[in-house]
Every structure is written in C-alpha cells, then in structure tokens.
Design a binder for this molecule. Structure first.
Ligand code: SF4
Length: 253
C-alpha cells in the first residue's frame, strides 16, 4: 500500500499545539482554494516539493528527539488522504504520541471514522466564513460544501475529544459581524481561536499578498466581543493567548 504523501516536516514546534511540544507534518493537496491560502505550493504544485519519506518522519518520532509529545497533521487537507492517513496515525500512536489534525471540515465521514476509532486526540477545524452557503462558497472557491462543514462541526462538538474552531481574521475582509456570526453558530463550543493573517508571497490569490497583517489590537478587539464560547483565544506568529474565558457565556444574544 502506498504510504502517506508528506510534503513538509517540522521536527519541533511549540506554537502548533498549545502546551505540547509537537512535530508538524504537512500533506499536499486540498479540495478548497481559499484566496488567502499561503500553502499554495502544497495546493497547486505539490509535485514541485521534495517528498519526505514516512520512514524519515517515523524515525524522528521514534527517537523522541526534542522531547516531542504530539504530532500535528496539517496541510493541505489531511482527510483527503484516507487509508494512508489512518495508517500514519496508527504508527504515530504506536510510538505513544498524541495526534491532532487541522482540517477544513469538508470530510465529515473521515472525521467521524477517525474519532470513532480513537485515532485522534484533538481536532482543529477551520471555519472560513459565516455559515451562509454563498459566502462560504465565495471564500473557499468551492460550492456545496457548507452542509459537510456543518456536519463536521457538530461531530467534533459532540465527540468528547479536544477540539477548537479557528478563523483567520483578514483586514478589510473579515468583519466583527462575521466573527460574531460564526460565534453564534458554534455557541457553547469549547474553544474559538482568531488567527492573525500574515501576508506571504505566494498566496493563492496574488491580490492577498498586499494585504497587511492583522494587527494585534484588532484581534484583541474582536476576541473581546465574542460571547457564548467557553474560551476565546488569539493566535499570532508568536503563539496563542487566551482573551475571554467562560466570562460572558450566559449573556443573551
Ligand atoms: S482549506 Fe486550508 S489548505 Fe485548503 S486552500 Fe483553504 S487555507 Fe489552503
């Protein structure tokens, strides 16, 4: 059986899973095409990237270099990798490490399988836009995906495992109303993380390269105005910070 395609590997990270020293694995390919995506080589030119053998990654994990406790599988979209992803997660767990995937939520069947078979300790689900079909389709440049994303959201909320929802705040594109609308849709959720947009050369839509980074003040302002979530965090290149915890969860909308 073919092994998991791996297009990037960070042996040690302290910012990809708060509180856990992790290795990060990047898989190629995605079924969305978000304008702001900075994984553009992973998405549109995966063959141009050097391939990293699974055995190289597993050897690094087996050696427990750098005091690694967990593995984060990001992308690209991990759930597109089916059986190869399952096999890889089993190998990671066999080494006594915790597992997390970062997903766009488009594959609820796979997410259900991974949760039911106890292959995941944590899920990060990107919520790209307020949950309206047209808006979502425009953001991810793909139609008819919202019902699947919603199913994935409800699945992880009911799963009992660690999870968080993440939204990238893009200056001039993501409004406070958008963030509050998403928060209403995930009311009661364990964690909602507002992530800083950082312009990279090579976003999928080149126009997004000239947008400035989300300011720290804007992230804080938005996070402080979110209600109904157990914990609200902001995430910048430097790490994560809790802004709002259980404080206003019972306020009326
Ligand atoms: S879902 Fe993620 S990896 Fe896929 S295009 Fe959007 S930002 Fe890029």
């Amino acid at each position: 059986m073919r092994e998991l395609d791996i297009a990037g590997f960070i042996p040690k990270s302290v910012v990809d899973w708060r509180g856990k020293v992790s290795s990060v694995v990047f898989v190629p390919g995605c079924n969305f095409a978000c304008d702001y995506c900075f994984s553009h080589q992973l998405i549109s030119k995966p063959d141009s990237l050097p391939k990293i053998h699974v055995s190289t990654v597993l050897d690094s994990l087996s050696n427990r270099q750098n005091n690694i406790k967990a593995v984060v599988i990001s992308g690209g979209e991990p759930t597109l990798h089916g059986h190869r992803l399952i096999r890889f997660l089993e190998e990671v767990q066999a080494r006594g490490l915790l597992t997390r995937i970062e997903t766009n939520g488009s594959n609820p069947f796979m997410i259900r399988f991974l949760i039911e078979n106890e292959l995941l300790d944590s899920v990060v689900l990107d919520v790209k836009a307020p949950l309206y079909s047209k808006r979502y389709a425009e953001t991810v440049n793909k139609t008819a995906v919202l019902s699947k994303v919603k199913r994935s959201m409800y699945l992880v909320m009911d799963s009992g495992i660690d999870y968080e929802f993440r939204t990238v705040v893009i200056p001039g594109k993501t409004s406070l109303r958008d963030i509050q609308s998403i928060a209403r849709s995930i009311r009661g959720a364990k964690r909602f993380v507002l992530q800083q947009f950082v312009p990279f050369s090579g976003t999928l839509n080149p126009k997004f390269e000239s947008i400035s980074a989300t300011s720290y003040d804007q992230l804080i302002e938005f996070a402080q105005k979110v209600i109904g979530i157990q914990e609200v965090r902001i995430k910048t290149e430097k790490g994560e910070e809790t802004i709002n915890q259980l404080s206003r969860i019972h306020q009326p909308r």
